[in-house]
Design a protein around this ligand. Structure first.
Ligand code: TPP
Length: 332
């Protein structure tokens, strides 16, 4: 067999990379559509915050990580967990509160966790993960490692005091943390104008002399490039970065919030769908003849099958034993 030329090999690897991005975003979308159905049927209890519309952020940011790097994020965490490699079965089972869930069924949608994959949650307290990320960064540096931490949070979390303190300390101590603000414009029902949030974040970054960039969060390739550069800076020079990633959620704040709510119009939501991250990448791949509609259908079929398998697994799994309440998930 003839060896592919370097150019052809490069083209192949680029095509595979684009397809991986598309597939990962599609997995999140289909997983969450199905999770919403399960929630409506009463199979998922507690809170459930969907990520639909924001998929390009988790996928673009997490794909460049090494397996020993760390991820920590807010309660809107299904996409981050799936992209980090937690099996769809374990994530769905956690939503269903089953013993086979990645947090033993004791965390639910907001508290996905996986020690092996260095996925440090899923946090329900707005901004609670930001100081934890600094601790992880400090611990890496203290032990002389070269891992990095990705810390995701919403724009409203930039209002908590710890955000300011942590940015300051991260810079003073030169911690290898990439702070990723997923700026979806709304903090539950509170709308800050996009520019005011962006200005706040940029001015803070400037005050802390930290590289701050505005990134188009609806374009997975743009997110990937920005985070790859930030990861390199953290790994090689132990320097923190703050990214203001502009994104949008098409769904309500949580399953108990209507799609548009009183704080935005249905027209606004529809307008934003023109920038859909999945449709944008799919269009680009089709234009460049890197994907046919048959390929796309096959990909969608596989993803749907994975999600159905995850639901069947969650449905047939057992509830945690009552005494598991008193045991650490990782103790056994
Ligand atoms: C410390 C704290 N205050 C208030 C809340 C209630 N709360 C839950 S989500 C939320 C909005 C957060 O918005 P943002 O950080 O922008 O993230 P998004 O939900 O948009 O992803 C609030 C105020 C909370 N969970 N924790």
């Amino acid at each position: 067999m003839t060896q592919p030329t370097t150019a052809a090999a490069l083209e192949h690897s680029q095509r595979d990379f684009y397809r991986t991005c598309l597939r990962e975003m599609l997995r999140i979308r289909r997983f969450e559509e199905r999770a919403a159905e399960a929630y409506a049927l009463g199979q998922v209890g507690g809170f459930c915050h969907l990520y639909i519309g924001q998929e390009a952020v988790a996928v673009g940011a997490i794909l460049p990580l090494r397996h020993d790097d760390y991820v920590v994020c807010s309660y809107r965490d299904h996409g981050h967990a799936l992209t980090r490699g937690i099996p769809a079965r374990a994530v769905m089972a956690e939503l269903f509160g089953k013993a086979t869930g990645c947090s033993g069924g004791k965390g639910g949608s907001m508290h996905l966790f996986d020690r092996e994959r260095h996925f440090m949650g899923g946090h329900g307290i707005v901004g609670g993960q930001i100081p934890l990320a600094a601790g992880m960064g400090f611990s890496i540096k203290y032990r002389g490692g070269d891992q990095v931490v990705l810390c995701f949070f919403g724009d409203a979390a930039a209002n908590i005091g710890a955000f300011h303190e942590v940015l300051n300390m991260a810079l003073l101590w030169q911690l290898p943390v990439v702070f990723i603000c997923e700026n979806n414009r709304y903090g539950m029902g509170t709308a800050l104008t996009r520019s005011s949030t962006t200005q706040q974040i940029a001015s803070r970054a400037c005050a802390y002399d930290m590289t701050a960039a505005e990134v188009d969060g609806m374009d997975v390739l743009t997110v990937h490039a920005a985070v790859t550069a930030a990861i390199a800076r953290a790994r090689a020079d132990s320097r923190p970065t703050l990214l203001d990633v502009q994104t949008y959620r098409y769904v309500g704040h949580s399953m108990s919030d209507p799609v548009a709510g009183v704080y935005r119009t249905a027209e606004e939501v529809e307008e934003q769908k023109v920038r859909d991250p999945i449709a944008t990448l799919r269009g680009r791949l089709e234009e460049e003849n890197l994907l046919t509609s048959d390929d796309l259908q096959a990909m969608d079929r596989e993803v749907r099958a994975e999600v159905e398998d995850a639901v069947a697994f969650a449905e047939s799994s057992d509830d945690p034993e009552p005494d598991a309440l008193y045991r650490d998930v990782y103790a056994d």
